[in-house]
Design a protein around this ligand. Sequence first.
Ligand code: CO
Length: 134
Amino acid sequence: MIGRLNHVAIAVPDLAKAAAVYRDSLGAEISAAVPQPEHGVTTVFVTLPNTKIELIAPLGDDSPIARFLQRNPDGGMHHVCYEVPDIRAARDALTAAGARILGDGEPKIGAHGKPVLFLHPKDFAGTLVELEQA
Ligand code: CO
């Protein structure tokens, strides 16, 4: 079912500082900061030869990553994103297998303009998993 690793998301308390580390210390190509108000985060995309890293910082008062950063004040790996060819078919197969989908179960448009869903970390080895339709 799953295809390519689309990205790894790292939640950070200071987006400019994290972006500078990737750009200056690691020599990576980074994007400008992109506010994503519908997701409650601001994102900097780091382009690697084989995948992307997304640095995400809270945006607004009820950001979905605020609690994560309270528990991990230095930041940390927040989720991995795998591509699937058909997100609704993937959702239906995973639900039938007993996995839990976060939210109302309907795909939303993600940071790359494609439909995404999030899967409960307790069902996936303790890791929040995002599925993105390729
Ligand atoms: Co993501």
